[in-house]
Write a protein that binds this ligand. Structure first.
Ligand code: NDP
Length: 390
């Protein structure tokens, strides 16, 4: 029986993970489930799965969580420290699926125990990739990718020698606005940006898909996870979201990973690795699909991709600055304070100003320096638009 914990259990990835776990209750013992504001969902799942502890990130919701868990035997806790402690409880497998930079400290805490970390939280690698990998190496932890593209690369690389890899190609659906003229994007609404043509995901990553910031994060994630040079990472638009990534070798052969756009494949792969289990995902019908199409990711249209290249060139804390500016700009877009295209402008300005003094490759990457760069950058973005922090 595998002892598991799920960080971000109430979100889109967390719920898909629970779906898989609940289908084979005899195979799993649930140690910890964590969530944010959705205490009702957290408590219900903790009861159903017989978790040892349920933790909400918000101190003010502890009373509600306790009430919802009364008589269940599940321990309740709240707050950032409790969340990190929950992540560090002994487990064979931990899903890191908190959204945003808030996932960094719990993910690091889990890795220090030497567990297998299934990493959906891409922000961990973007802001502190070298730190995560160093801690994993020190503790003997295994880090498995859950992002669909990175799971696809990981699967395509099985049994291969990294030295023969010429290039890695990430596919991007293009998100909600792939067919909208650029000049119309100034006016798009939050509701429009929150609808994805192929994937059902949390709101923030869905908007990041429309702005291409999600792919920008994934390019950096590819660099950090697989250690490939930035110039060997390519992005193509693939509207059908069937080919998730491709690995090109020096002999001209290209391995493509295909599958239905359902995150339970990548999650299930990480959950059953190094084996494969039967998963409840749709099987591809290639004849019905008929054709798969690919087109250029226009650099003039997708400023986020150019900014990702800049992050990789600068190194150090540039990823923390980039991610924090992106997260804060997204907060302001969701709150209706700025237009859709302004997000990329704010991120670029935050990188230019470098209020955090990130100072490129020389900066040391620790949880403290990343957290400081994150906070200072968020404040800088607020100043740029004259908003007060909530
Ligand atoms: P969701 O927004 O659906 O869920 C986020 C989870 O994090 C929820 O459990 C939420 O709790 C919790 N949470 C939010 N804020 C905090 C906080 N400050 N502290 C602790 N917990 C918090 O996100 P997704 O599931 O879509 O994404 C999760 C991660 O996985 C992201 O990093 C995303 O980029 C990545 N990812 C997601 C994919 C997808 O298909 N959704 C695909 C590939 C990667 P609550 O809801 O209770 O407030």
């Amino acid at each position: 029986m595998k002892r598991i914990s799920i960080l971000g259990a109430t979100g889109s990835i967390g719920q898909s993970t629970i779906d898989l776990v609940a289908r084979a209750p005899e195979s799993y013992a649930v140690e910890a489930l964590t969530g944010g504001r959705n205490v009702a969902r957290l408590a219900e799942d903790a009861r159903r799965l017989g978790a040892r502890i349920a933790v909400t990130a918000h101190d003010d919701l502890l009373g509600d969580l306790r009430a919802a868990l009364e008589g269940s035997g599940v321990e309740a806790a709240a707050g950032t420290t409790a969340l990190i402690e929950a992540a560090a409880r002994p487990a064979d497998w931990v899903m890191s699926a908190i959204v945003g930079a808030a996932g960094l400290a719990p993910g690091l805490a889990a890795v220090e125990t030497g567990t297998t970390l299934a990493l959906a939280n891409k922000e961990t690698l973007v802001t502190a990739g070298p730190l995560l990998m160093a801690r994993a190496q020190a503790s003997g932890a295994t880090v498995l990718p859950v992002d669909s593209e990175h799971s696809a690369i990981f699967q395509s690389l099985r049994g291969e020698d990294m030295a023969t890899v010429e290039r890695i190609i990430l596919t991007a659906s293009g998100g909600a606005f792939r067919d909208r003229p650029l000049e119309e994007l100034h006016e798009v609404t939050v509701a429009e940006a929150s609808t994805h043509p192929n994937w059902a995901m949390g709101q923030r990553i869905t908007i990041d898909s429309a702005s291409m910031f999600n792919k920008a994060l994934e390019v950096i994630e590819t660099r950090e996870f697989f250690g490939v040079e930035p110039e060997r990472i390519e992005v193509v638009i693939h509207p059908e979201s069937i080919v998730h990534a491709l690995v090109g070798h020096r002999d001209g052969g290209v391995m493509a990973h295909m599958g239905a756009p359902d995150m339970r494949h990548a999650i299930g792969y990480a959950l059953n690795w190094p084996g494969r289990a039967t998963l409840p995902v749709e099987r591809l019908d290639l004849v019905r699909l008929g054709q798969l199409t690919f087109r250029e990711a226009d650099p003039a249209r997708y400023k986020a991709l150019a900014l990702a290249r800049r992050v990789m060139a600068e190194g150090g804390l540039a990823g923390a600055v980039f991610n924090a500016a992106k997260e804060r700009a997204l907060d302001h877009f969701i709150a209706g304070r700025i237009g859709f295209l302004r997000m990329a402008d704010l991120v670029e300005r935050a990188m230019d100003e470098d209020a955090a003094g990130a100072d490129g490759a020389g900066a040391e990457i620790t949880l403290e320096t990343v957290t400081h760069a994150d906070q200072v950058t968020r404040q800088a973005v607020d100043r740029m638009i004259g908003a007060r922090a909530e």
